[in-house]
Design a protein around this ligand. Structure first.
Ligand SMILES: Cc1cc2nc3c(=O)[nH]c(=O)nc-3n(C[C@H](O)[C@H](O)[C@H](O)COP(=O)(O)OP(=O)(O)OC[C@H]3O[C@@H](n4cnc5c(N)ncnc54)[C@H](O)[C@@H]3O)c2cc1C
Length: 378
């Protein structure tokens, strides 16, 4: 069934089409509109709700724990690591400015890294990493504080000490995303959800994108001057030439507690495990490293082996003796590559991509959106 005369005039032609309604897609669309308020922008999201990582994550507003940064320095060098930290920080500040701390539910309760036997070797690296970061933040970011093991109630013989970072914050992931959708709506960005892009083509004079329309049982072709793909882990389907590996992450929240014994964001095992207070509950996630093969997938789902380990960590290390029950669990899909730097690139004259956000996309996502908008608009 063909489009009506009216549909062709009002819904088919756009200045920009953005594919993907996660933090990067929304940020790209909003940045495009900030640059060109008169531009007509269509954002297409395959899920009824965003269906990747942006509404599924743990809400850490972070830029890297000590052990993560030490490992990053090995791959990126000191300058490369500092540049990445600066981009994460810039993304967070831009996000806070755009949405506002109230809308984000942002709280700067500090971040902490639990040091077990395996991480003790990283402690002598604190002064060097602090010197590197001081050139940007102006303070010694990481401080070891062994008293925190007892204060927060962690298992004493497993957790040897804690490294504190006062600059880290946390936010309410759902509120962040809902606010971004509302900002997009206020800027008259047209959003279609439940709209999976199946094909796209750069025809030089314009781009065409087709998606299936269940109502009419036909494909609809949308046209635009420029197209931006913000589909993160799902991008390899169209762009197999890029190094993009999906990584599933599992998260759960406990039942409400009378009092959560800590406030803040907590990292363990080079960021493979993480937990925080989420209101009156503990949120805990991670464990992908227990089963890399099965977790290298774009399918949502719960890996029982990982779930069992997360439960054990909660009961034995994080809140020993508390017999807390799990209330809700879910998964989300991230994207990784050999390096932690996102891919922000032009792939043809009229098509750009901003993908592979890794495990700190809440932080860097807004900046990637801004960079992609600049590239798409050029
Ligand atoms: C469990 C978990 C915990 C995390 N915790 C944190 C954290 O605490 N702090 C942090 O900074 N980061 C965290 N992250 C990472 C962060 O959430 C991601 O890096 C970020 O959300 C990526 O945003 P994105 O917009 O690039 O991708 P996504 O949010 O995945 O968005 C891509 C969107 O594209 C859509 N899409 C895909 N294909 C198509 C198509 N063909 N047509 C239309 N739409 C399509 C998808 O449905 C999806 O909504 C976590 C991630 C997970 C999974």
């Amino acid at each position: 069934m063909s489009l009506s005369f009216w549909e062709r005039q009002s819904f088919q032609n756009w200045d920009y089409i953005v594919v993907g309604g996660g933090i990067v897609g929304l940020s790209t669309a909003i940045s495009l509109k900030e640059k060109a308020p008169g531009a007509d922008i269509l954002l297409l999201e395959r899920g009824l709700l965003p269906s990747g990582a942006s509404t599924k994550n743990a809400g850490f507003a972070c830029f890297g724990s000590l052990t993560e940064l030490v490992e990053d320095i090995k791959i990126l060098g000191e300058e490369g690591c500092l540049a990445l930290v600066k981009r994460r920080w810039a993304g967070l500040q831009k996000l806070r400015q755009r949405v506002g701390d109230a809308g984000l539910g942002f709280q700067q309760n500090g971040g902490y890294e639990l040091v077990s036997e395996g991480e003790v070797k990283y402690l002598p690296e604190i002064p060097g990493v602090n010197t590197l970061l001081k050139s940007f933040f102006g303070i010694d970011v990481f401080q070891e504080d062994v008293q925190l093991v007892q204060k927060f109630g962690f298992h004493k013989s497993v957790v040897k000490t804690v490294i504190a970072n006062p600059l880290e914050g946390q936010l309410h992931t759902g509120s962040m995303m809902r606010n971004l959708y509302q900002i997009a709506a206020a800027k008259k960005i047209h959003v279609l959800t439940g709209c999976e892009v199946k094909q796209h083509e750069d025809l030089q004079s314009h781009v065409e994108v087709s998606a299936f329309s269940p109502g009419t049982n036909t494909d609809i072709t949308f046209k635009a001057k420029k197209l931006a793909f913000c589909t993160n882990a799902f991008a390899s389907q169209y762009f197999p030439e890029f190094d993009i590996k999906p990584g599933r992450g599992l998260v759960f929240v406990t039942e409400p507690m009378k009092q959560v014994p800590f406030q803040g964001t907590f990292h363990m095992d080079q960021g493979f495990y993480y937990f925080r207070n989420a209101g009156d509950r503990i949120l805990l996630g991670g464990g992908r490293n227990l089963d890399f093969d099965k977790e290298t997938t774009t399918d949502f789902g719960v890996n029982e082996v990982i779930l069992a380990e997360l439960k054990r960590l909660l009961a034995e290390v994080i809140a020993p003796g508390s017999s807390l029950k799990i209330d809700q669990q879910w998964s989300g899909i991230m994207a990784f590559g050999k390096t932690k730097e996102p891919i922000v690139k032009k792939v043809s004259d009229n098509i750009t991509i901003g993908v592979r956000l890794g495990g700190m996309g809440v932080a860097i996502g807004t900046l990637v959106g801004e960079e992609l908008a600049a590239l798409a608009g050029s």
